[in-house]
Design a binder for this molecule. Sequence first.
Ligand SMILES: [Zn+2]
Length: 82
Amino acid sequence: MPIYEYRCESCAGKFEVLTRFAERDSAQVCPACESTKTRVLVSSFAFASGGDTSSVSDFASETGGGGGCCGGACGSCGSSPN
Ligand SMILES: [Zn+2]
């Protein structure tokens, strides 16, 4: 499971949580003040510019899961000598 960094809105503290991708956007309990007013900080990718995080999440799950390409469906990798 990946590690996500969260920021606490109550004490402005930062902490890291090892959680599932599906639970990334869920509020985590701040270890310092036990507040649940926390939000995830996306540090691995520069996703913050778009604003539409839902579509970005879908994109990430589609492209980051398999490791392989499209298997020829896109046309570019089908003609590759590799
Ligand atoms: Zn806190």
